[in-house]
Design a protein around this ligand. Structure first.
Ligand SMILES: NC(=O)c1ccc[n+]([C@@H]2O[C@H](COP(=O)([O-])OP(=O)(O)OC[C@H]3O[C@@H](n4cnc5c(N)ncnc54)[C@H](OP(=O)(O)O)[C@@H]3O)[C@@H](O)[C@H]2O)c1
Length: 237
């Protein structure tokens, strides 16, 4: 996609840690930013954070996801389960929920879908951090693996980011991305991940790719050189 061709974006998980970094980043670059939340009470907060439109729906029990995805060019999925969900035995938003969103996006003709996954998801060789994630949140990791697979099979452009431990640190723009199986471990701020999410649909090297992502440590020997672009509004003259 061209950096100028993102007119409408949907952020699922907009009220979450990563979503709150993504909304202001998109709001100055994308004409219409739509946020999805389960809670109508979050509407005003999401508008303050940069959403032009707010859709209230639950990905695990949707009323009508077409409201969220109609007219959308890019879907960003930064949804994630809470700890209570992980301990329960119900479906997880990382799996069934994200896949419902993906199906709705395909039906609506959305051009690109960007997913925030996690290090260690899938069957690629992984660092010991993946074992820690598996022990702590194995059901989430397996649910994300199913969503990743569905996304790779779906007829739209995709990018999957697998970050290490997320922090609330500042955006540094000093992020290492690497191929799946690079065995990265470490941490990265949600702000840095949000920049890569925003950039993914308009960055040529990110088309239909999956990346491991950390910023500390740097792993310079395993890093891919990616020229990250950001969406931008057409200036007109
Ligand atoms: N924490 C880590 O160290 C770490 C590491 C690697 C990857 N990750 C992954 O990174 C992603 C973002 O994490 P985060 O900590 O930034 O997010 P977060 O603060 O946990 O936010 C999760 C978001 O998911 C939304 N959500 C949950 N269930 C939903 C449902 N049924 N329908 C619609 N929306 C739903 C919530 O929205 P509402 O409450 O507004 O509905 C919320 O905005 C997650 O996928 C997480 O697994 C996390």
């Amino acid at each position: 996609m061209n950096p100028e061709s993102v007119d409408t974006a949907l952020v699922a998980g907009a009220s979450g840690g990563t979503g709150q970094e993504l909304l202001p980043l998109l709001s100055s670059r994308v004409p219409i930013v739509r946020a999805l939340t389960r809670s109508a009470a979050k509407t005003e907060h999401l508008r303050h954070a940069g959403a032009d439109e707010v859709v209230v729906d639950n990905l695990l029990a949707p009323d009508d996801l077409s409201q969220a995805v109609t007219g959308v060019d890019v879907v960003y999925s930064a949804v994630g389960s809470g700890i209570a969900d992980v301990r329960g035995d119900g479906p997880l938003v990382d799996g069934a929920g994200a896949q419902a969103l993906l199906r709705a996006a395909v039906d609506a003709g959305v051009m690109a879908f960007v997913m925030e996954s996690a290090l260690g998801v899938g069957g690629d060789p992984a660092s010991p951090l993946a074992t820690v994630f598996d022990l702590a949140i194995g059901p989430v990791q397996r649910a994300k693996a199913e969503t990743e697979a569905a996304l790779r099979d779906a007829p739209l452009r995709h990018t999957i980011l697998r970050p290490g431990v997320l922090t609330n640190g500042l955006r540094t723009d000093r992020v290492t991305v690497a191929r799946p199986g690079a065995r990265l471990w470490g941490a990265v701020s949600r702000a840095d991940v949000a920049r890569l999410l925003a950039a993914a649909p308009v960055t040529p090297a990110a088309a239909d790719e999956t990346f491991e992502v950390v910023s500390v440590p740097r792993f310079r020997d395993r890093a891919l050189a990616v020229d990250w672009q950001l969406p931008r509004q057409e200036t007109g003259n």
